[in-house]
Design a protein around this ligand. Structure first.
Ligand code: FPP
Length: 231
């Protein structure tokens, strides 16, 4: 069964560039191409929701010029967004947008609003996203409504990702084997897949290989029935 929702931790941009004696920024440029390619490939394959971890709450610790370059990549991506609108894709930016440069957060909010009613592929992009920040905000919002005891449904309803079902598959490229504060609650029952492929090299062939690996896993969600079994 094709996963309904795939989430990507796009790691390895810097190493991809360093191995070619190129500036790290060039890795992010090629990483942006890989992101756009992956959006196209996921749509073609029939995935309904994709999430990308583009900038984490911890990425502010990088040198300022690398952070600024990543924001420039976001700006360029915004400029190309018309092609997604035409395809009826919905774009949702997840994370604490208020801390981003004003033009970035304003454009992100505008694009979300403009694509809100679209029913095609839903693309979630983590920008200043971190699970701990997301959960803290969710709890504080519930407290501000006067709620003193919360249910798991109420928490889920306050998560940035509430427009999407929880991911079936989380793919991390670049060889590290950890989640790095990404979708910690949402990944409770996701299949986790770690590949040594560096993000700029991620292509349709590697995506299909990941989906085949996903399909080979049994998914019982704590029960006995394998929900991934072919009938
Ligand atoms: C991790 O690689 C990657 C990032 C911190 C940034 C990911 C961002 C993009 C692919 C850019 C574009 C996003 C949009 C929405 C246009 P790394 O630099 O940590 O790699 P390394 O571990 O090899 O150093």
């Amino acid at each position: 069964m094709i996963p309904e929702h795939i989430a990507f931790i796009m790691d390895g941009n810097g190493r991809w560039a360093e191995r070619r004696h190129l500036p790290r920024k060039y890795g992010h440029k090629m990483g942006t191409e890989a992101l756009k390619r992956t959006i196209r490939n996921c749509a073609e394959i029939g995935v309904k929701f994709v999430t990308f971890y583009a900038f984490s709450t911890e990425n502010w610790n990088r040198p300022k010029d690398e952070v600024d370059y990543l924001f420039d990549m976001f700006r360029r991506f915004f400029d190309e967004i018309d092609q997604y609108r035409d395809k009826s894709y919905r774009i949702v930016f997840i994370g604490n947008l208020s801390e981003l440069p004003t033009d970035v957060s304003e454009n992100a909010l505008r694009i979300m609003k403009e694509t809100e009613g679209n029913t095609g592929l839903t693309i979630l992009i983590g920008m200043n996203y971190g699970s701990w920040e997301e959960i803290t905000q969710a709890v504080n919002r519930l407290l501000s409504k006067g709620i003193t005891s919360v249910t798991k449904e109420q928490i889920a309803e306050e998560l940035y990702t509430k427009v999407a079902p929880f991911p079936d598959l989380v793919i991390r490229t670049g060889g590290e084997v950890r989640l790095s504060n990404f979708l910690l609650l949402q990944s409770a029952y996701a299949e986790l897949l770690f590949t040594k492929v560096l993000w700029p090299d991620f292509n349709k062939k590697t995506l299909i290989k990941c989906i085949e690996e996903f399909e080979s896993r049994s998914r019982k969600f704590g029960g006995l029935e394998d929900k991934n079994a072919k009938t």
